[in-house]
Design a binder for this molecule. Structure first.
Ligand SMILES: C[S@@+](CC[C@H](N)C(=O)[O-])C[C@H]1O[C@@H](n2cnc3c(N)ncnc32)[C@H](O)[C@@H]1O
Ligand code: SF4
Length: 437
C-alpha cells in the first residue's frame, strides 16, 4: 500500500506550505507531507510516524496500482479548495416569521453540544479557514452558548473574521435576555459582543422603509437598523448588511437600496453618485446580497421567471454541492450542508454521528455530491409533481433544492422512479418542507 494526502490532509498541508511552515529536513513528518504534496508516492510502512499520520486522518492508504496522475487528479478535485468560510446555523428558532424566510418549515432545533462546534472550528482553522458566520434562525436570541464558541475561535487568532447575522430585534431594547444572558441596553449587548470577539454585526434588510418592515412584520425596524449602524460603530464593531433583492425592483430601486446603507456603513459623502456608493457595498465580501428565493415562506410567489423545462434544458446541477465556494454550513442539527435552503444541502454527514474529519475525507462518496458532480440531477425532474409545486419558479435555486431533496429522499428510502405511489409520497414530504404543502 502507498500513502496519499486525504482531502483534509491536502488542506492542512496547503495551509502549512502557504504559511512557509513546511521545510524539508525539519521533521520526518514534514518530509512525508512535502513528499506527498509534491506528488512523490510514499510506500506505507508500519511505523509510528505513518500510523500517527493515518490516525490523524491527514493521510490515507491507497493501492499501489493507483498512479501518480490519478492521485494528482484527486488532489486537484479537493472539494474544499475554494472554501473560505464556515457558517454556523446554531439555531433554527426565531422570534420573527418573515414573509420570505426560506427556512420557515424546517424543524426548530438549537445545537445541543456546542463543544462539537468548537472542535469543528479548530479543524477548519487547521485547514486554513479564517472566517466564521453565525446565521440562525436568530442566533442572538436563541443561540445559547454561541458567544462561548466565538470566544474559543477568537483565541485562535486576531485575524479571524467573525460575523453575527441578526434581524436586529435587540436594537433600542432595555433589560432583555439574549441567548441566555441578560442585558440592560443594546449598548451593553454590543460591548459584550466586542468582549467575546465578534467583528461584524450583519443586519438583514429586505427593502427600504416600509417594504422591510412589512416583510418582517415589525413597524419601524428599518429605521432602527439604519440608526443602529452608528451604535455598532461606536461600540468598536463593523456594521454590515445582508440584503434581499426583489425580482420586481427596477435598477434604480436596487441602487438606491444599496446606496442608502453604504452611505452610513462606510461614512460616504452623500454627494458621491449613488451608483458608486452602491458599488462600494456590493464589492465588500463581508456584506451579502441575495435575490429573493421563492421557497419556504416565499414559496408560490406570483412573479415567476423560470418555467420548469423539460429534462436536460436546465443547468440544474450546482457546483457548490461538490466544489464548495465560498461556504460550508454546519446546520443547527449537526448536519454539514452545501446549500442552506430548507434541507437541500444535507446528506454528507452529521457531527453528532461521525467525526468531522471522516465526513470531510469521504465527502465525494455522498449521494448528493455525486448527484450534482455527475450532472444526474435532471434525471429526477420528470418526477416532480407539478400539481404540488406549480409549473414555474422565481429563482432556479428553488427548483434545484426541490429536485435535490426528492432525489436524496428516494435514494435514502430505496425508492425507484417506477414506484409512483412512493414517489408521490416523497413529493408530498418535500412539498411540506419547502413551503408547498
Ligand atoms: C435565514 S436568515 C437568519 C438570520 C437572521 N434571522 C436574519 O434574518 O437576519 C439569513 C438571511 O437569509 C435571508 N433569507 C431568508 N429567506 C430568504 C429567501 N427566501 N430568499 C433570499 N434570502 C432569504 C434573510 O433575509 C437573512 O438575511
Ligand atoms: S429571515 Fe431571519 S428573522 Fe426572518 S424568520 Fe427567517 S430566520 Fe427569522
Amino acid at each position: 500500500m502507498n500513502l496519499r494526502l486525504s482531502y483534509y490532509g491536502w488542506m492542512v498541508t496547503r495551509r502549512l506550505v502557504k504559511s512557509g511552515l513546511l521545510h524539508l529536513g525539519d521533521t520526518r513528518e514534514n518530509d512525508v507531507l512535502l513528499d506527498l504534496w509534491t506528488g512523490f508516492s510514499t510506500p506505507y510502512v508500519n511505523s509510528p510516524l505513518h500510523n500517527s499520520l493515518l490516525a490523524a486522518a491527514v493521510v490515507e492508504l491507497t493501492a499501489e496500482t493507483i498512479g501518480r496522475d490519478e492521485i494528482q487528479l484527486r488532489y486537484n478535485r479537493t472539494p474544499f479548495e475554494h472554501l473560505e468560510k464556515i457558517i454556523f446555523e446554531f439555531t433554527t428558532f426565531c422570534n420573527f416569521n418573515c414573509d420570505h424566510c426560506y427556512n420557515a418549515q424546517v424543524p426548530r432545533v438549537t445545537e445541543s453540544n456546542p463543544k462539537l462546534l468548537a472542535e469543528a472550528a479548530d479543524t477548519f482553522i487547521r485547514m486554513g479557514i479564517r472566517r466564521f458566520d453565525f446565521v440562525g434562525g436568530e442566533v442572538s436570541r436563541y443561540g445559547t452558548g454561541w458567544l462561548d464558541l466565538v470566544e474559543h475561535i477568537r483565541a485562535q487568532g486576531e485575524d479571524i473574521i467573525i460575523s453575527l447575522y441578526t434581524n436586529g430585534w435587540w436594537l433600542e431594547q432595555e433589560n432583555f435576555a439574549a441567548a441566555g444572558q441578560f442585558f440592560v441596553s443594546d449598548q451593553a449587548y454590543l460591548t459584550e459582543l466586542v468582549r467575546r470577539g465578534v467583528n461584524y454585526v450583519t443586519f438583514s434588510l429586505d427593502g427600504q422603509n416600509e417594504e422591510h418592515d412589512v416583510s418582517r412584520h415589525q413597524v419601524g425596524l428599518y429605521r432602527k437598523i439604519l440608526n443602529g449602524f452608528e451604535k455598532v460603530k461606536c461600540a468598536g464593531l463593523a456594521p454590515r448588511v445582508s440584503l434581499l433583492v426583489r425580482p420586481n425592483w427596477t435598477e434604480e430601486q436596487i441602487i438606491s437600496f444599496l446606496a442608502e446603507s453604504a452611505t452610513l456603513i462606510y461614512d460616504l459623502a452623500p454627494t458621491l453618485p449613488e451608483r458608486k456608493r452602491a458599488l462600494r457595498l456590493s464589492l465588500d465580501p463581508t456584506n451579502s446580497i441575495s435575490s429573493f428565493i421563492d421557497i419556504g415562506n416565499g414559496a408560490g410567489d406570483e412573479r415567476v421567471q423560470f418555467p420548469i423545462l423539460e429534462k436536460n434544458e436546465h443547468a440544474l446541477y450546482c457546483r457548490n454541492f461538490y466544489r464548495l465556494s465560498p461556504s460550508l454550513t454546519i446546520k443547527a442539527n449537526g448536519e454539514l450542508a452545501t446549500c442552506r435552503l430548507s434541507q437541500a444541502g444535507e446528506g454528507y454527514g452529521n457531527l453528532h454521528e461521525r467525526p468531522l474529519v471522516e465526513i470531510l475525507n469521504h465527502f465525494d462518496e455522498a449521494f448528493v455530491y455525486q448527484l450534482h458532480a455527475s450532472r444526474s440531477l435532471e434525471e429526477y425532474l420528470p418526477l416532480v409533481d407539478r400539481s404540488l409545486f406549480g409549473n414555474a419558479f422565481t429563482h432556479l435555486c428553488s427548483l434545484r433544492s426541490i429536485v435535490t431533496l426528492l432525489a436524496r429522499k428516494m435514494h435514502e428510502q430505496g425508492v425507484l422512479p417506477k414506484d409512483s405511489a412512493a414517489v408521490q409520497r416523497i413529493n408530498r414530504e418535500v412539498a411540506i418542507l419547502t413551503g408547498h404543502g
